[in-house]
Design a binder for this molecule. Structure first.
Ligand code: ASP
Length: 594
């Protein structure tokens, strides 16, 4: 390139009409090339935007420009000029100008990319993940990751402003129970022993309270070896928070105002106060502990309406203290029998016994249980659910918890079908007062609904020996649009109470000592009352970006089956490395494929 002192370096998003006449240097990727009317037009792209550059056949680099391909990396120099009248592009920030190139340097060539980089057209996700560096160049992921940065920065600013300090906790630790399986790291220096990767920094952040820091936060990576879902990854990021000498109210207030600050400063949205529901209310009104409050359609418990029914299914449910739960389906009277059959099948696939539907058509009421419906029953159901002519009512009858759970899932489905789940709306809420224990799906045994460091309500300890399943915890969840964003609790800070909880969970004194002896000991040295919470950054960013999958807001995610397709991990390791760790693989030959 020529030596040129009059030139100014610009990003590809910077030049405007006011720069006309200036000489400029731009560097970036070939986003698109068009040969047109004897000229070559290239859209040059960098992180800030796109500028049109033009090669003229009179210029020495024209022949080279003819060979430019998508994603080649170039540096150009030339004069900024107004685009000819009528060819301006209003959609582009730089759309008023172009650069007439008189100097071109090809910094690097690109192979033909396996998919278009200059747009967000759908591409097979595994291919995107294998070529993640190209995928990340595309507009959507550039936007999402910038949004992620701004959200995390706003969180750090907020907590800094409120006197929290960020403390890094180690990756190689001893197991912290968060209800998942640990990832283990075998130790070479200590044969037969393993570190665990943190499921969360829970114990360490509590110890930092015992250590007198008072207010801790961390943008923390957590690793849990569990089955994957659209909104889960084997490793994920939390904003992890802990406070000393605080009440539950203090934690809720701190976390809620953090989110309000983030939404205001990053999205420009003013959020109102988050509504609060007890766990029991959430389950009875919405059938889930993470209700989507963007829409109403509350579930109605209607056993009383069917008190005199002859319909055996309902009768037996009432007699066995089960529940009949009604859900309004706005506009549902227009559904065909076949649609209703499909909905019934759906409810069965969720574990329910089935579904009764009632279509409130203008020309009369139709139902899958027509002969058991009297006018009085229909009128009472309309009244309780708020259903109007034109709507349908769906009824689910089962054991209490199951009827509500199935109706809750169907409520979300009806919300989807009726377009009530607007991705541009943000309906936050708190769910409080969880049961201390829940039945673990895998083992069938009671396990903490949160983790064993959570304190029961102050007035709940007396139930620990008599009726532990009835015990309520000082445990809270923040929920947004039907997603749990995170959980927290007030912790146990007295060693003898912490031991009692471990004992209730069936641990012997020896097991307590082996797993948590160090922690109980730390509680013995003047642990202050404390509590905290963690919110999942991936989910928060996903919802703020209007995405439905957390992989769209993580730079280098694993795919649906936990593989990193770009690096090809997990991967087999050389025998010798295993031997160094005193390990021998008994795994079958790895299956090929993704
Ligand atoms: N450690 C908990 C979790 O990861 C959060 C908390 O209780 O602060 O869910």
């Amino acid at each position: 390139m020529m030596n040129d002192t009059t030139i100014e370096r610009h990003s590809c998003g910077a030049l405007r009409a006011s720069n006309e006449g200036a000489r400029a240097e731009l560097s970036g990727w070939v986003n698109r090339r068009r040969d047109h009317g004897g000229l070559i037009f290239v859209d040059l792209r960098d992180r800030n935007g796109v500028t049109q550059i033009v090669f003229d056949p009179q210029q020495p680099h024209f022949a080279q420009a003819e060979h430019l391909r998508h994603e080649d990396v170039v540096r150009v120099r030339g004069v900024v000029r107004a685009r000819p009248a009528g060819t301006e592009n209003e959609k582009l920030a730089t759309g008023a100008i172009e650069v007439g190139v008189d100097d071109l340097e090809v910094l690097n060539r690109s192979e033909v990319p396996p998919f278009q980089v200059n747009n967000d057209d759908p591409v097979d996700e595994n291919l995107r993940l294998e070529f993640r560096y190209l995928d990340l160049r595309r507009p959507r992921l550039q936007r999402n990751l910038r949004m992620r940065h701004r959200i995390v920065k706003a969180m750090r600013d907020y907590f800094d402003e409120h006197e929290f300090i960020e403390i890094e906790t180690p990756m190689l630790i001893k197991s912290t129970p968060e209800g998942a399986r640990d990832y283990l790291v075998p130790s070479r220096l200590h044969p037969g022993r393993c570190y665990a990767l943190p499921q969360s920094p829970q114990i360490l952040k509590q110890i930092s309270m015992i250590a007198g820091f008072g207010r801790y936060m961390q943008i923390a990576r957590c690793m849990r070896d569990e089955d994957l879902r659209a909104d889960r990854q084997p490793e994920f990021t939390q904003v992890d928070v802990e406070m000393s000498f605080c009440s539950q109210e203090d934690v809720l207030d701190m976390m809620e105002s953090c989110i309000r600050y983030v939404w205001k400063s990053v999205l420009g949205i003013e959020l109102g106060t988050f509504p609060r529901l007890t766990h029991e209310e959430a389950m009875t009104r919405y059938g889930v502990d993470k209700p989507d409050l963007r829409f109403g359609l509350e579930l109605a418990h209607v056993n009383h309406i069917f008190a005199n029914t002859e319909f055996v299914v309902f009768k037996s449910v009432i007699e066995s203290d089960g529940a009949i739960v009604a859900l309004r389906y706005p506009g549902g009277a227009a559904l065909s029998r076949r649609d209703f059959d499909a909905l019934t099948e759906e409810s069965k696939s969720l574990g329910g016994k089935g579904m009764v539907w009632i279509a409130l058509g203008a020309d009369g009421t139709k139902s899958s249980a027509q002969k058991f419906l009297t006018d009085d029953v229909v009128a009472a159901l309309r009244n309780t659910t708020g259903a109007q002519t034109g709507d349908a009512i769906l009824l689910f009858a089962d054991a209490r918890a199951l009827a509500h759970a199935v109706a809750g899932r169907m409520r979300n489905l009806v919300g989807d079908r009726c377009n009530l789940r607007d991705p541009a709306r943000y309906a936050f809420c708190w769910v409080l007062d969880f049961p201390y224990l829940e039945i673990d799906e895998e083992t069938g045994r009671p396990a903490p609904a949160h983790h064993p460091f959570t304190s029961p309500g102050d007035d709940q300890w007396h139930l620990i020996d008599t009726d532990p399943l009835a015990m309520r915890a000082q445990h809270y969840d923040m929920v947004l649009n039907g997603y749990e964003l995170g959980s927290g609790s007030i912790r146990i800070h007295k060693p003898e109470l912490q031991r009692r909880i471990f004992e209730m969970l069936g641990m012997s004194a020896q097991q307590i000592e082996e797993r948590f002896g160090f922690f109980v000991r730390a509680l013995e040295y003047g642990a202050p009352p404390h509590g905290g919470m963690a919110l999942g950054i991936d989910r928060i960013v996903m919802l703020a970006c209007g995405e439905e999958n957390i992989r769209e807001v993580i730079a280098f995610p694993k795919n649906q089956v936990g593989r990193d397709l770009m690096m090809d991990a997990p991967a087999p390791v050389p025998e010798q490395l295993l031997r160094d760790l005193y390990l021998r693989s008994t795994a079958p030959e790895p299956a090929s494929g993704r």
